[in-house]
Design a protein around this ligand. Structure first.
Ligand code: ANZ
Ligand code: ZN
Length: 828
C-alpha cells in the first residue's frame, strides 16, 4: 500500500470532526492552556504566512493536549475592513457576500490543514451576533468617559478615503494598508482614551518576560515616555506666553531661539500683527502640506522662518528670536520648543542654516568649553555645566533634577511627563465596519443607542460603488432616525469603527462564544484567560498588540475582567520568503498553500514549514525542502508498513532497560528515551521545533536500521515506533493517526498522552577501551559505549595519561575501533 495522503487526511479530518475530538469545556481537573493564533482577515485564500502561523499553533496545541492540559484552541475571522469594499467595487458583489464566501472557503482550507480547532467556538467579527457586543463594549467605554469625540488634525489616506489611527501610519508616513502617503485633515472624530493607560501599558511590559524583547522595545518606544519641564517664555511686546516642553532643562542657559509648530495658535496672531504676514502665511501653508514623518525625518531638511518677534527667557531675561520651524510638531509636548543648538542636533542644523548664535552650556568632563562659533556638531552627551550661573561646575546629570526643582520653586515651570502615544482614533469613513451606535439630536446632543436595541445592524441592502464610497452617508433610511431620548428627529453617526476595535476583544469571545447575554461571561474568562501562548506576526507590535492590551486593562477597570494583560507568552513568527524576498503578488514569487497540500498533503506542508527554520526566523521556501519532508513521511510510512507483521505480533509493553543485555538493543532503548527527552524540551521550553524534528528523523534512522530477531526485539521495536508516532503527531497528525490505527490501536492518537522518559534508559553504558602504542598495551580507559571512531580518537588522545606518554613524540597514524581500542603508531 502506498502512502495515500489524500485519503488519509480526509479520513481523519472527518473522524476528528464527527467525534468532536477537539471540543473543550471550561473546568475539570486538568490545568488549562489557551493557545491562540492571530485570526486571519478573510481575504479569499490562505497564504503561506497563515500556513506557518497555524502550523506552529497547531503543533503547540496538540502537544499540550497530549501533555495533559485542557487546551482552548479556537479560530475565527477578522471580517470587517476595506478589501471587502474594494472587491465590491471591482466585481460588483456585496461586501457581505464576498466576505462570507471567503470565510467558507478559508474555513475549508483550515480544515484541510488538519488543525485542532474547536470550530463550535468560531467567530466572524462582521456577524451581528459578534458586532452587537463590539458596539456594547464601545458604549461601556463611552459611559466610562473612555470614548469621546473631538475635532482634531487627523491622518487621511486618499486612496482608502478614510482617516487612520497614528499606529496605522507606517514606513515614513504611509497608510499601513495601501502604502499611500498620508495627509493631515481637520475632522471631528471618535477617539478612545488609550493615553489614560500609557503608564500602565509601559510598566506592565516588564511583567511580560514571555514576550520577545524586540516587541517590548517597540512598544516602549511607541508609548514614548519622557520626563521634562514645561516652562513659559514671555512674548516681547505682547501679553502672550509661549509654553515649551523640554527634557533638557540643564541646557536652559544655552537657549538662542524659540521655535513654534506651523499649527501653533500663536502663529496666526503673529501673522495678523506682522508686516510680513503674507510670507509667514505662505510658509505655514507649505509646511502643513507635508506629512509628520517627512517633517521630522532624521537628517531631513530643516525649514524655518523668522517671525520678527522675540521671546524672553524666564531665567535671565534674554531676548531670543521666535521662528516657525517645520520640525516642530503641534501634537507633541506644547507645540513649541526652546532651541538649544549647542546641545541638540536638530537645533544645531537649524541654527547653522539661519545664522542663529550657538552658546555651549555643557562641556565635556575632561575638556574645555566648546566654542559655539566653531563647533561642528552639537555636544549631546552628559558633561559639566558652564555659562550656567550658579550651576557652573556641576555635572549636568546632577544639575538636571536640581534645575527642574529650582524652576518649579520660582514658578517658571512645572515638571511634566509626556507620552508619544496619542489617543486612538477609531472612526472610519467606511461602510464595511461595525456602526458606531450613536445618534445626534439637535436638542439632546450625542445620544447612545439603547443597549437593548443592539445590534445596530449594518443595512445589507446598500450598494458600495466607486462613487458612493460609504453609502451610509447618503442613505436616508440609515441617517434619519428619532432621538432615543426625546423622540424628535435625529441623525445617526455614519462612520463605522476601526476594525482593530473588533480584534481587540475576540480572544475573550472565544472563551465564551455561546452566550447571548454578554460579550463574555466572567466565569469563562476567569477560567481561560490569559492566553498562554499567542502566535502571530511582528507587524502587529504597535497595532493590535497595544490595542488588545489597552482593551483588557480598560475592561478590567470596568469590572468585566480579572486579568490585566491578555497574552502571557508571545511568539512572533518570521516571514516566509522565496528566492530571498518576502512572498508577494508584486514580486510574483507566491507559492499557493493549496497547491502544496494537493501535491504532497497537509502533513508534508506542516512538516516542511516547521522543520525548515526556527519559528521566529524567516523561512526560505524551497521545493527541494518540501520534497525532502515528503520523503521523510514516506519513510515513516514504510517503516510501519514493511514491519507490520512484526509490530502487530509484539505486545505494546516496553521492555525495561535492565532486561536488555546486548549493546545494540540497549543503545536503541537509550535512543528512544533520549529522543523523548530532547523533543519534549525543544517544544516545551525552547520552542525550537526544527531541532525536535531532526531528533525524530534520527530516531527513524535508528529504527530502520534495527534488525529484530526475537520477541524482546519486537517489543523494543514497537516501543520505538509508538514513540515516534506520538512525538511526530503534533506535526503530521493525519499520517500518525493512520499508522497508530494500523499497528492495532483502537483509540484516537489525538487523545493519547505524550510519552514519558524512562530515566533508567538514559544511563550510558561504560566500556573499557585499551590504548596501545605500536601495538603494545599501555593503558585501560573507561568511556561511554557507542562513541564514534572520531569521537573515541579525540577523547583518548586528550586523556591526561595518554598525553603524558606522547609528549614530544610524533604520532604517525591512529587506528580507532569503537568500544574496543585505539592504537597509535609513534616515532621517537
Ligand atoms: C531643549 C533641548 C535641549 C531639548 C537639548 C533637547 C536637547 P522627547 O525625548 O522625545 O520627549 N521637543 C519638544 N516638543 C517638541 C515638538 N512638539 N516637536 C519637536 N520637538 C519637540 O524629546 C523632547 C525634546 O524634543 C525637548 O527637549 C525638545 O527639545 C524637543 F540639548 O528642549 B528639547
Ligand atoms: Zn433628542
Amino acid at each position: 500500500m502506498a502512502y495515500d495522503f489524500a485519503r488519509i487526511e480526509e479520513k481523519w479530518q472527518t473522524f476528528w470532526e464527527r467525534e468532536g475530538v477537539f471540543h473543550v469545556e471550561a473546568g475539570g481537573d486538568r490545568p488549562k492552556f489557551y493557545c491562540l493564533e492571530m485570526f486571519p482577515y478573510p481575504s479569499g485564500a490562505l497564504h503561506m504566512g497563515h500556513l506557518r502561523n497555524y502550523s506552529i499553533g497547531d503543533l503547540m496545541a496538540r502537544f499540550l493536549m497530549m501533555r495533559g492540559f485542557n487546551v482552548l484552541h479556537p479560530m475565527g475571522f477578522d471580517a470587517f475592513g476595506l478589501p471587502a469594499e474594494n472587491a465590491a467595487i471591482k466585481y460588483g458583489v456585496h461586501p457581505n457576500d464576498w466576505t462570507l464566501s471567503n470565510i467558507d472557503h478559508m474555513t475549508e482550507q483550515l480544515k484541510q490543514m488538519g488543525c485542532s480547532y474547536d470550530w463550535r467556538r468560531s467567530v466572524a467579527t462582521c456577524r451581528p451576533d459578534y458586532y452587537r457586543w463590539t458596539q456594547w463594549l464601545f458604549l461601556q467605554l463611552y459611559k466610562a468617559g473612555l470614548a469621546y469625540r473631538r475635532q482634531a488634525p487627523v491622518n487621511w489616506c486618499d486612496s482608502c478615503a478614510t482617516v487612520l489611527a497614528n499606529e496605522q501610519v507606517v514606513d515614513g508616513g504611509h497608510c499601513w494598508r495601501c502604502g499611500t502617503a498620508v495627509k493631515k485633515k481637520s475632522l471631528t472624530q471618535w477617539f478612545l482614551k488609550i493615553t489614560d493607560y500609557a503608564q500602565e501599558l509601559l510598566d506592565d511590559l516588564d511583567d511580560l518576560p514571555g514576550w520577545p524583547e524586540r516587541v517590548r522595545i517597540m512598544q516602549r518606544h511607541w508609548i514614548g515616555r519622557s520626563e521634562g519641564v514645561r516652562l513659559s517664555f514671555g512674548l516681547d511686546g505682547g501679553d502672550e506666553t509661549i509654553e515649551t516642553f523640554t527634557t533638557r532643562i540643564d541646557t536652559i542657559y544655552g537657549v538662542t531661539f524659540v521655535a513654534l509648530a506651523a499649527e501653533h495658535p500663536l502663529v496666526q496672531k503673529l501673522i495678523d500683527r506682522s508686516p510680513d504676514g503674507r510670507a509667514m502665511a505662505d510658509f505655514v501653508a507649505s509646511v502643513t502640506q507635508k506629512s509628520e514623518i517627512e517633517r521630522t525625518a532624521v537628517g531631513g531638511e530643516k525649514e524655518g522662518l523668522f517671525t520678527g518677534f522675540y521671546a524672553v527667557s524666564p531665567v535671565d531675561g534674554r531676548r531670543v528670536p521666535i521662528y516657525i520651524a517645520n520640525y516642530i510638531l503641534m501634537d507633541y509636548g506644547t507645540g513649541a520648543i526652546m532651541g538649544v543648538p549647542a546641545h541638540d542636533e536638530r537645533d544645531f542644523d537649524f541654527a547653522r542654516k539661519y545664522g542663529i548664535p550657538v552658546i555651549a552650556v555643557i562641556r565635556p568632563a575632561d575638556g574645555p568649553v566648546p566654542d559655539g562659533e566653531t563647533m561642528a556638531v552639537a555636544f549631546t552627551e552628559d558633561g559639566v555645566q558652564c555659562n550656567s550661573g550658579v550651576f557652573d561646575g556641576l555635572p549636568s546629570a546632577e544639575a538636571l533634577p536640581r534645575m527642574a526643582l529650582w524652576f518649579e520653586e520660582r514658578g517658571w515651570g512645572k515638571r511634566e511627563i509626556n507620552f508619544r502615544l496619542r489617543d486612538w482614533l477609531l472612526s472610519r469613513q467606511r461602510y464595511w465596519g461595525a456602526p458606531i451606535p450613536i445618534v445626534y439630536c439637535d436638542d439632546c446632543g450625542m445620544v447612545p443607542v439603547p443597549e437593548e436595541e443592539l445590534p445596530l445592524q449594518l443595512p445589507l441592502d446598500l450598494l458600495v460603488s466607486e462613487t458612493t464610497r460609504n453609502p451610509l452617508t447618503t442613505s436616508d433610511d440609515w441617517r434619519k432616525t428619532t432621538c432615543p431620548r426625546c423622540g424628535r428627529p435625529a441623525l445617526r453617526e455614519t462612520d463605522t469603527m476601526d476594525t482593530f476595535i473588533c480584534s481587540s476583544w475576540y480572544f475573550l469571545r472565544f472563551a465564551s462564544p455561546f452566550t447571548d447575554e454578554a460579550p463574555f461571561l466572567k466565569a469563562d474568562t476567569d477560567y481561560w484567560m490569559a492566553v498562554d501562548q499567542y502566535i502571530g506576526g511582528i507587524e502587529h507590535a504597535c497595532l493590535h498588540l497595544i490595542y488588545a492590551r489597552f482593551f483588557t486593562k480598560a475592561l478590567a477597570d470596568l469590572g468585566y475582567l480579572t486579568v490585566r494583560e491578555p497574552f502571557s507568552n508571545l511568539l512572533t513568527q518570521g516571514m516566509v520568503i522565496k528566492d530571498g524576498a518576502k512572498m508577494s503578488k508584486s514580486l510574483g514569487n507566491v507559492v499557493d498553500p493549496n497547491e502544496i497540500i494537493k501535491k504532497y498533503g497537509a502533513d508534508t506542508a506542516r512538516l516542511f514549514i516547521l522543520f525548515a527554520s526556527p519559528p521566529e526566523k524567516d523561512l526560505d521556501w524551497s521545493e527541494q525542502g518540501v520534497e525532502g519532508a515528503h520523503r521523510f513521511l514516506r519513510r515513516v510510512w514504510r517503516l510501519v508498513e514493511d514491519n507490520l507483521d512484526r509490530l502487530l505480533s509484539a505486545v505494546s509493553d516496553p521492555v525495561a532497560m535492565g532486561d536488555l543485555v546486548c549493546a545494540e538493543r540497549r543503545s536503541l532503548k537509550r535512543k528512544i528515551h533520549e529522543t523523548i527527552q530532547s523533543v519534549t524540551r525543544d517544544i516545551d521550553v525552547e520552542r525550537q521545533f526544527n531541532t525536535a524534528l531532526a531528533r525524530l528523523m534520527e530516531l527513524t534512522n535508528a529504527l530502520t536500521a534495527f534488525r529484530a530477531t526475537d520477541d524482546v526485539d519486537g517489543r523494543l521495536f514497537r516501543e520505538g515506533v509508538e514513540v515516534l508516532l506520538l512525538c511526530l503527531s503534533p506535526v503530521a497528525p493525519h499520517l500518525c493517526e493512520e499508522l497508530w490505527q494500523m499497528v492495532g490501536h483502537e483509540t484516537c492518537l489525538a487523545r493519547e498522552s505524550w510519552p514519558g522518559v524512562d530515566s533508567s534508559a538514559l544511563v550510558v553504558d561504560g566500556v573499557t577501551v585499551v590504548f596501545q602504542e605500536n601495538g603494545k598495551l599501555r593503558e585501560r580507559l573507561q568511556f561511554p559505549a557507542g562513541l564514534s571512531k572520531e569521537e573515541l580518537e579525540k577523547r583518548v588522545l586528550s586523556d591526561e595519561r595518554v598525553r603524558a606518554r606522547l609528549e614530544g613524540r610524533s604520532v604517525v597514524k591512529v587506528i580507532a575501533v569503537p568500544d574496543r581500542l585505539v592504537n597509535v603508531v609513534v616515532r621517537g
